[in-house]
Design a protein around this ligand. Structure first.
Ligand SMILES: Nc1ncnc2c1ncn2[C@@H]1O[C@H](COP(=O)(O)OP(=O)(O)OP(=O)(O)O)[C@@H](O)[C@H]1O
Length: 293
């Protein structure tokens, strides 16, 4: 299937900083592309160029194979992390206001249902909880029934329940054939929502593929986790250990053999956790950076 959105050798150079330095990406219709990377990696600048808000120093953005033009704005929706909204406006009034900015809009009842806003329509937007606010901002991003929705760290600061609710809304948007470009610092979110992931660092894409592909290509082992106190002072021979702030991780290509070795070293395995590799492991391996929440 031809790409709905393509970046061709995008560069954005500021004096002394190569914020984005040669990024090429294709996004297929109905897919969710996740952009991951440590602070300053160039994600926001890349997305702002994809949105047509920042002009590239060189390279180009194609929408359905053609360079983006003035009409592109009508075909995309953007959920910003911070959107300046008029004080005292209710949710309904906000939706009406943003709808008035576009020629073609989604019927309001459909938008309200898609973002589960029925109960809050007459509430001042400043009185919404974090999760309700994000759902309203999503509705604003969807008001023009866009082909591509850009979500910039949409669940940062939400509690786990609100985050899960938001994920369900995004799944439903994808199921309607919308294309999603998501920036996130949550690896679980990326794993769950993204068909395709680009990990960025220093203005470059350093890894690309589906979450499953990326994990299969980079890892063939599992991780055994134990409390630091259980491991400290023990001789574990040649086991491959990584010390984290609250635990020790043991990388193992043969879990049965590793467990036998831990038992013979006299460790209690009462608090042992065994897990497959995750995107967070990959992120740390590739960027050497702890994630920001
Ligand atoms: N307008 C600007 N002028 C100068 N430098 C900029 C500008 N915008 C971004 N940069 C720099 O470009 C680099 C990439 O920034 P960018 O915001 O794209 O990163 P990011 O991956 O989105 O980071 P974060 O996760 O913190 O949002 C950073 O070093 C940043 O300071």
């Amino acid at each position: 299937m031809p790409a709905i959105l393509s970046a061709r050798e995008l560069r954005k150079h500021y004096p002394g900083v190569k914020a984005v330095d040669g990024v090429s990406l294709d996004v297929e219709q109905g897919q969710c592309l996740g952009l991951l990377g440590p602070n300053g990696a160039g994600k926001s600048t890349t997305v702002e160029m994809l949105e047509g808000l920042v002009r590239p120093s060189s390279g180009e953005v194609l929408f359905r194979g053609k360079p983006i033009d003035a009409g592109y704005r009508e075909r995309i929706g953007i959920q910003f992390q911070y959107t300046a909204l008029q004080d005292f406006l209710t949710v309904r009034e906000n939706l009406r206001f943003f709808a008035s900015l576009y020629r073609k809009t989604l019927p309001l009842p459909q938008l309200i249902e898609a973002c589960s806003l029925e109960e809050y329509l007459d509430r001042d937007h400043r009185k919404l909880s974090g999760g309700q606010r994000q759902r309203m901002l999503l509705a604003i991003a969807l008001v023009n029934d866009p082909d591509i929705v850009f979500l910039d760290e949409p669940t940062t600061g939400l509690d786990p329940q609100a985050r899960r609710n938001f994920w369900e809304l995004v799944q439903a948007i994808k199921a309607r054939g919308k294309t999603v470009v998501l920036t996130t610092h949550y690896m679980e979110e990326a794993y769950l929502l993204c068909d395709d992931i680009a990990i960025m660092d220093h203005g470059h894409v350093i890894a690309r593929g589906s979450p499953q592909q990326l994990l299969a290509e980079n890892f063939s082992d599992s991780v055994l986790e134990l409390p630091i106190a259980e491991v400290d002072g023990r001789d574990l021979g040649e086991l491959s250990l990584v010390r984290r702030s609250d635990r020790v991780e043991i990388m193992s290509a043969d879990v049965n053999d590793t467990v036998r070795r831990l038992l013979s070293a006299g460790l209690s395995l009462a608090q042992l956790k065994i897990r497959p590799r995750t995107l967070e492991d990959l992120f740390l391996q590739l960027t050497g950076t702890e994630l920001r929440a």
